[in-house]
Design a protein around this ligand. Structure first.
Ligand code: GLN
Length: 498
């Protein structure tokens, strides 16, 4: 497997590899991993039709070569023959989709998500579906009915979540890029734990059509890759208004993403960067994370960017607001899994109510049940006046104050997570500890802004990756990706596989 989309595309054009070879290698690695002593468990399943799709891509390439139209073909289909990892909550027509939940056992997607359709129209090949926390609820991929995905850097550690499967697949070089989803950090956190880049775009830039809903006002598809350029290109292909998703929006300078240029030295000198004091508190944060953050900060300063510490006390309320809103929306969204319409049905023939209760009792795992109960409790008549509205008020303030900050600054930088990847089992029985992993990521989802995880260093105690996030104003994807690309040029191969 090659490391970047560019390298792979060049090799495909020159005939040094074929799409079939790339797909078959990935399938072979998947099969080997299944019988490994400690499996990585990044992919749950490879799609049956991946090889056939790769064969069709190879045929197109060789026909265009013969006709002398290869460059024109790649203009039209820039990702032709490039395989990618999908997440188990994004529909790919005719293939199984379960959100890593027993309740969706046997469900086959009747249509493809818009993001998949657009990638396929650009020639990319969906390889298979990757593991995740059940219904994308979690930060470690331990809440999956398929067992955890482990961290490719050290298999004793978690991969992060909820898109841990896609992150581990990219980190272990089982796929060139991967799709994940974010409601509250689920792309950036596993990217941080696995040492790769991971982007959560502005809310609306990627259509949610065909993506299983968790918290609809927060949900957004994200992209994982070895370099910022490897994220920018799929983003340019997938972004933009979709008639099936009313919340979708065009990304203004998506054309500039095709050939991502690092920010120039002169542009760098004009950068104004904010660091929220609220994210600099040392309690709860690993000192090694703070050390790497300070090194990143020094890099910005050495390039002439102006850094200011800012005070945004409302950020201290982001975790509380996020969990109130996300769980309320989840309780409502997950009510559709009733044993009638989708997937699994437990039918003891006692009547509809029992069918509903039995299916949900057996189908959902404990963390999903906990969240449905909390969400319904928050929404119940006695509390909705208080808790839910308060959550919404806090969210509105976060949105307003963050937008205001971007009137004066280009970027907000902070660690992506307070700690690096932890050992399997360490937090699985302590939901509050698990929720606190999202301390720095969720304000981005609440504010609907874009943010990228950048692999910024490693801990000296156990060599696990540390991620730093660069967040920007709404629709500033090109800017944050160009800054990240500069980082990548100054730190070559920092997002490359282990
Ligand atoms: N840790 C967050 C949660 O459990 C992640 C959610 C997400 O982004 N899908 O809600």
């Amino acid at each position: 497997m090659y490391y970047t989309i560019n390298e792979t595309r060049d090799a495909l054009k020159k005939g040094e590899t074929s799409s079939v070879e790339l797909v078959k290698n990935a399938v072979e690695t998947f099969n080997k991993d299944k019988s490994a002593a400690i499996p990585l468990n990044a992919f749950i399943e490879m799609y049956d039709d991946a090889v056939a799709k790769a064969e069709a891509a190879d045929k197109e390439i060789s026909e265009a070569k013969a006709a002398g139209t290869l460059e024109a073909l790649y203009e039209k289909k820039p990702l032709l023959g490039i395989p990618f990892a999908n997440k188990d909550n994004i529909s790919c027509k005719g293939t199984r989709l379960t959100c890593a939940s027993k309740i969706l056992e046997g469900y086959v997607a009747p249509y493809s998500a818009t993001v998949i359709n657009r990638l396929e129209a650009a020639g990319a090949i969906p390889l298979g579906r990757c593991n995740q926390d059940e219904f994308a609820m979690g930060s470690s991929t331990e809440y999956s009915c398929y067992g955890p995905t482990r961290n490719p850097i050290n298999r004793e550690y978690v991969s992060g979540g909820s898109s841990g499967g896609s992150a581990a697949a990219v980190s272990a070089n089982q796929a060139l890029f991967g799709l994940g989803t974010e409601t509250g950090g689920s792309v950036r956190l596993p990217a941080s734990y696995c040492g790769i880049y991971g982007l959560k775009p502005t809310y609306g830039v990627l259509s949610r059509w065909g993506v299983v809903a968790y918290g609809s006002s927060l949900d957004q598809v994200g992209i994982l890759g070895h370099t910022p350029a490897d994220i920018a290109e799929p983003l340019s292909v997938m972004s933009g208004v979709d008639m099936y998703d009313d919340t979708s929006a065009d990304l203004p300078d998506s054309a500039s993403l095709k050939n991502l240029k690092a920010l120039s030295d002169d542009e760098f000198k004009t950068l104004k960067i904010a660091i929220p004091k609220q994210f600099m508190k040392t309690e709860g944060a690993d000192p090694e994370v703070i050390r790497v953050f300070n090194e990143t900060r020094a890099w910005f300063e050495s390039k002439g960017a102006k850094i200011t510490e800012v005070d945004l006390p409302i950020l201290d309320a982001s975790i509380a607001a996020y969990y109130v809103i996300a769980l309320s929306e989840a309780a409502s969204n997950l009510s559709r899994f009733d044993g009638i319409r989708y997937g699994r049905r437990v039918d003891n023939s006692k009547g509809y109510d029992e069918l509903y209760v039995d299916t949900r009792s057996e189908g959902f795992g404990p963390e999903v049940k906990r969240r449905i109960i909390i969400g319904n409790y928050v929404l119940s008549e006695q509390f909705s006046g208080d808790t839910y509205k308060k959550g919404m008020t806090v969210r509105a303030r976060i949105q307003r104050e963050v937008a205001k900050l971007f009137e004066d600054y280009d970027l907000i930088i902070s660690p992506t997570c307070p700690t690096t990847a932890f050992k399997l089992g360490q937090k699985v029985d302590d939901p509050l500890e698990m929720y606190l992993s999202d301390m720095y990521t969720v304000f981005v989802n609440l504010a609907r802004i874009p943010s990228i995880n950048v692999p910024a260093g490693k801990t000296s105690k156990d060599g696990m990756p540390v991620g730093i996030q660069f967040a920007g104003a709404m629709f500033s994807e090109a800017k944050i990706l160009r800054v990240a690309q500069k980082w990548d040029e100054d730190h070559p191969k920092c997002g490359m596989p282990v």
